[in-house]
Structures are given as structure tokens and as C-alpha cells.
Design a protein around this ligand. Structure first.
Ligand code: DMJ
Length: 632
């Protein structure tokens, strides 16, 4: 008898043919046909499904007992071990608990292993732990970079229900008149730009033509239009707003071959577009903001994680300023706004990364990261230019997260404690000032830019640790007072770029190149915050002094210009109407004379260019698509 051949693929036995050609099928088959096996398999699987069904769908009167760890709670019905062989009425008894016991044992074992690991961690030295954390961070950075490598769709942008975009007319006639005057100044600045500089980044109000600085490369991106939009909206200048919107729809193109400052473009353009979007609900602003954010993204793809200072919008090639070859902390300020557009490319971990890497000599961030991977330059630290908004954004990240980002708040608290200890001093004449740390000592000089810190201290007072709210509000008031003095001690009643507290000098500029005023907002910004938190009439008074001085000394027929010497009764103009004059200076002045229900601080956070973004209150968010953006 010949052995049946085995076909390896199906396992089916095929009888061999007898040489005589007669059938040699056996009478009795010891094996099953394929179709029979298939039917058997079907029956078997139906049976198994039935068993599972019974397991999950039997009416379950028994309670689901909590296992120690969360998820099992939901998935596994509890089986009480029968007490003295008796079951409670209605209790479902499932026999064969071995599987659950195994699972329970496994969970317990996992739990114990985790505990053991935690204990081992605690036994490790600080250095070992730091090294481990560093490795983790590097891994996260690598993953982030990998994730960022390819194009992927942007996540939806939350659309909060905005509040407080009201008229804000103050009840006091005096304040109302002043507010009207500020609005008129805005109109003059805008109309002049509209007439002489339309589409250019800024305006030369004396030459009556367009102007641009190197922060925008050689582009014509209409920086003033984008920067001014939300101020126009808040002031109720809707015709002008529409005009600006139309220009943006038809002309704003970020595909230009221009090398721009990542920081400036971010705070002015992305900030301006997003604020316009949140205020007006017009989709075009969001669209443009997203387009621009995509253009800036290559700047974040650096070996250190600190974004490039500049990026070419067309090629995506980035580089740093020659004098800050590894980037400055200013660059990290980008983190407040971009995550809004691109949550999957969240930049905030990068900024944390830097935050934790403070200067070894001073527990504050120095300006420049001269060497690779945060081997720091310990030699220049201040809250003025290049460093200012870094601290501001720690606080604002916390506020914008509806006070949930406690890590940002803690870092802010630590930073301002260090600022107070190391940089803040009282002059002989009793003026509180914020100095600059340079080459191992404190320079008793304060920049106009640092005057914003008065407002920051006041804004951060609520939520300070150890009941220090009153202290920080007081500190804000002292900075406001000092900065007001820097204005009041000039001929024009406008503040110089920097002022000293040295050799008998109190809040006055010494060097010629520090005597200019370029329509900056920081002092007025602090007045506004102080007004909101104290309602002390002196802040409105001081704001009004500044507004009058600007109108008197900076106003020309073609707009507003900066002046070169605030100590000269016959100043020369610098012939630039800065875009931040419309974005910030006039906006803060207008808000100062408005009632508090216009842009309330519980609902809005202003970026460093005074562009408001709504606080992301939980439950205050509608994803686009689920509800059409309201036309407010
Ligand atoms: C503005 O562009 C912003 O306020 C920035 O943070 C600092 N400098 C100018 C205004 O002075």
C-alpha cells in the first residue's frame, strides 16, 4: 500500500492512484475534508462568541468592584468570593476566577515594580537624576523634531466665546473727551499711513513715504496695517478696519524672498492677525496667521531648540544675528502664540528647557547663548531689550492657560524673586529702578523698555506665593513712579530711551544716543495696568500728560514721528512712525480712558505687542465647524 502524499499547503490527503486505474478510495475516512473542518471551526467560534457574550452581557446585578488601578474598574466585573459557600441573592457567580486572580497578581506586581523603581530613583544622586532628566529631554526634543519633519495638517484652532468687546465708554465726561482725543490721534496716524505709506511696513511722516527696517527684510508686508487692526477694531473705527482687512485679503503674501526677524514678525504679525481674528471672527485672519506660522516653523528646527533670530520666508533658511550667534532668550518669547496655531508642534517645552538653564552666576536668563547647549554667557542680564518679554510670557502663559500652567507660574515667581534680589535697587533719591547686570556688576541704568515691568508686577500680583500680592502691586507702583519721573524730568515730558541713577543723577539720560523717544508704549502700558488694578487717578493723569506731549511734539502733518532728544526744546525728528505706536501706545492710552469692561483682564491676555488673545477658559471653547464664527 502506498502512503498518501501530503500537500503541505492545505493538509488535504489525496489518495494515490493505483496503477490499474481502479479507484482506491478507502471505505472509512480517518481524516476530515477541508469543508468539514471549516464548518467545525465556525461552530467552535460561534460557541466562543456566545461564551464571551454571556460574560459581558449577562444582566449584572453585582457591583463592579474597584481594583486598585483604574482601568480594570471599568472592564472587569467584580466577583465576590462566596461567604461560607453562600451567594448573595442576585449575585452573578462566574466560576473559574483563576484568570482574574492572575490579572490582579499582575497588577499588584506591576505596582510593586513601579514602587521599587521610584525608591531606586530616590536613592540616586542629584547628578545622576539630572543626567537622566537631560536624556529624557533630549529624547523629547528628538521626537519633536522628528514629528515636525513632514508636513501634517494643523489642529483646529479653538474659538472661544469672547467677552468684553464692548464700547467701553467711560461714565466720566472728562475721560470720555480724552478718549475721543486719543481716537482722533489714531485716525491721524492711520490716515497718514493710508495716504503715504499704504502697503509699506511703516511710514516716514515727514518724507511722506513708506519706510521699512531690517526686521522685516526687504519686504512690503504692510506691518502697520496688521499691527493696527485690533486697535482700530477696539476703537470702533470699522471702516478703517475693513480697509485693512481688504488689503490683507488681496495683498498679504508671505512667500516673499525676505529675511525677517522671527520674534518681531511673530509678535506683530501673528499676534496682530490672531487678535483681529478673535475680535472680528473673520476667517481670513486665522488663515493668514496659519500661513505665516508655517513659514516661521523652520526657524524652530535648530540644534539647540532656540529658534533662529531670522528666517528667510521663502527658503526657510534661518540664522542668528552676528552679535548673538547662538540666539537670545528673546527668541523664546515665540512660545506664547505659536502653540495656539499648532498644538502638535508645541514649542513651550523648548522654552521651559531654556528657562531651567539659568545663568550660573545669576539665577536669571542671560541674553545670549554663546555656546552650544546652554553653556551660558553670564554677562548681560536685564528685563530690558532682548530679555523683557521672556519673563512677561512666563506669567502670561499661566494666565492664558486659565491659570492651569503652574510650571510657568512657578518659573515666573522664581524669576521675579531673582530680579528683585539682583536687579532692583533704590536710588539715593528713593526711586526704585531695575538695573542691568553686566560683566559681574550691576549697572545703575534703566531702559525705557524695562518700564513695562511695572505693569507685569501688577498683573502677576494676584496669584503670588506667600501672600505677596500687595508687595508686587506696590513694586509695580514704584516702577510706574520712577518711569513717570524719567518723563517728567525732560523738557518735552517724554521719556528717554535709557536713564541713569549714578553720580548724583536720578532718572535722566546722559549719553546723547540715549536721549531719543521713538513713540514707545512701555510707560503708558504700566500706567494702564496700574489703573486697572488700583483706579488711582494719577495714572490717568500721567497717561494724559504723555498723550499731550506726543500730540504736541511728535505730531506732524504726515503722521507722528519719534524725536531725537527729549531734553531739547527744539527737537529734531527721526522721521519714523513705528507700527507699535498704533498697535500699543495708542491702544493702551485708549484703554486707560475707557471703562474696565472693555477688554477685561480676566478674559484677555495682551502679548508683548499689545495684541489681545482670549484666555482659554475651560468650557469657553468652540472648535470651528461646530458653530460658525460669530460676526461681532
Ligand atoms: C514693541 O515692538 C514691543 O513692545 C516689544 O516687546 C518691545 N519693543 C517694542 C515697543 O517699544
Amino acid at each position: 500500500m502506498t502512503t498518501p502524499a501530503l500537500l503541505p499547503l492545505s493538509g488535504r490527503r489525496i489518495p494515490t492512484l493505483s496503477p490499474g486505474g481502479a479507484s482506491s478510495f478507502p471505505h472509512h475516512r480517518a481524516t476530515l475534508r477541508l469543508s468539514e473542518k471549516f464548518i467545525l471551526l465556525l461552530i467552535l467560534s460561534a460557541f466562543i462568541t456566545l461564551c464571551f457574550g454571556a460574560f459581558f452581557f449577562l444582566p449584572d446585578n453585582s457591583k463592579h468592584k474597584r481594583f486598585d488601578l483604574g482601568l480594570e474598574d471599568v472592564l472587569i466585573p467584580h466577583i465576590d468570593s462566596p461567604k461560607e459557600g453562600k451567594h448573595a441573592p442576585g449575585q452573578v457567580v462566574i466560576h473559574g476566577q483563576g484568570g482574574h486572580d492572575d490579572l490582579r497578581d499582575k497588577i499588584r506586581a506591576d505596582h510593586e515594580r513601579a514602587l521599587q523603581e521610584a525608591k531606586e530613583k530616590l536613592r540616586k544622586s542629584r547628578e545622576e537624576l539630572q543626567a537622566e532628566i537631560q536624556t529624557e529631554k533630549n529624547k523629547v526634543m528628538e521626537d519633536l523634531k522628528k514629528k515636525d519633519a513632514g508636513p501634517k495638517p494643523l489642529p483646529p484652532v479653538p474659538m472661544p466665546k469672547v467677552v468684553g468687546v464692548s464700547d467701553g465708554e467711560p461714565p466720566e465726561t472728562d475721560a470720555k473727551e480724552k478718549r475721543d482725543k486719543i481716537r482722533e490721534m489714531m485716525k491721524h496716524a492711520w490716515d497718514s499711513y493710508r495716504q503715504y505709506g499704504w502697503g509699506h511696513n511703516e511710514l516716514k511722516p515727514l518724507a511722506k513715504k513708506g519706510h521699512s527696517t531690517n526686521i522685516f527684510g526687504n519686504s512690503q508686508l504692510g506691518a502697520t496695517i496688521v499691527d493696527a487692526l485690533d486697535t482700530l477694531y477696539i476703537m470702533g473705527l470699522h471702516e478703517e478696519f475693513k480697509d485693512g482687512q481688504e488689503w490683507i485679503e488681496q495683498n498679504l503674501d508671505f512667500g516673499v524672498n525676505a529675511e525677517v526677524s522671527v520674534f518681531e514678525v511673530n509678535i506683530r504679525f501673528i499676534g496682530g492677525l490672531l487678535a483681529a481674528y478673535y475680535l472680528s471672527g473673520q476667517e481670513v485672519f486665522k488663515l493668514k496667521a496659519v500661513q505665516l506660522a508655517e513659514k516661521l516653523l523652520p526657524a524652530f528646527n535648530t540644534p539647540t531648540g532656540i529658534p533662529w533670530a531670522m528666517v528667510n520666508l521663502k527658503s526657510g533658511v534661518g540664522r542668528n544675528w552676528g552679535w548673538a550667534s547662538a540666539g537670545s532668550i528673546e527668541q523664546m518669547n515665540n512660545s506664547l502664540w505659536l502653540p495656539r496655531l499648532s498644538a502638535s508642534r508645541c514649542f513651550s517645552p523648548l522654552s521651559r528647557f531654556v528657562t531651567l538653564s539659568l545663568s550660573p552666576s545669576l539665577p536669571l536668563c542671560p541674553f545670549f547663548y554663546l555656546c552650544f547647549f546652554f553653556s551660558l554667557s553670564p554677562d548681560h542680564t536685564s528685563v530690558g531689550g532682548l530679555g523683557d518679554s521672556f519673563y512677561e510670557y512666563l506669567l502670561k502663559a499661566w494666565l492664558m492657560s486659565d491659570r492651569t500652567d503652574t510650571e510657568a507660574r512657578k518659573t515666573y515667581d522664581d524669576a521675579i524673586e531673582a530680579i528683585e534680589r539682583h536687579l532692583i535697587r533704590k536710588s539715593n533719591g528713593g526711586l526704585t529702578f531695575i538695573g542691568e547686570w553686566k560683566n559681574g556688576h550691576l549697572e545703575r541704568k534703566m531702559g525705557h523698555l524695562a518700564c513695562f515691568a511695572g505693569g507685569m508686577f501688577a498683573l502677576g500680583a494676584d496669584g503670588s506665593p506667600d501672600d505677596k500680592a500687595g508687595h508686587y502691586l506696590q513694586l509695580g507702583a514704584e516702577i510706574a513712579h520712577t518711569c513717570h519721573e524719567s518723563y517728567d524730568r525732560t523738557v518735552l515730558k517724554l521719556g528717554p530711551e535709557a536713564f541713569k541713577f549714578d553720580s548724583g543723577l536720578e532718572a535722566v539720560a546722559v549719553r546723547q544716543n540715549e536721549k531719543y523717544y521713538i513713540l514707545r508704549p512701555e510707560v503708558i502700558e504700566t500706567y494702564w495696568y496700574m489703573w486697572r488694578f488700583t483706579h488711582d487717578p494719577k495714572y490717568r493723569q500721567w497717561g494724559w500728560e504723555a498723550a499731550q506731549a506726543i500730540d504736541k511734539y511728535c505730531r506732524v502733518s504726515g503722521g507722528f514721528s519719534g524725536v531725537k532728544d527729549v531734553y531739547s526744546s527744539n527737537p529734531t525728528y527721526d522721521d519714523v512712525q513705528q507700527s507699535f505706536f498704533l498697535a500699543e501706545t495708542l491702544k493702551y492710552l485708549y484703554l486707560l480712558f475707557s471703562s474696565d469692561d472693555l477688554m477685561p483682564l480676566e478674559s484677555w491676555v495682551f502679548n508683548t505687542e499689545a495684541h489681545p488673545l482670549p484666555v482659554l477658559h475651560l468650557g469657553n471653547i468652540t472648535l470651528p465647524g461646530s458653530e460658525p464664527a460669530a460676526q461681532r
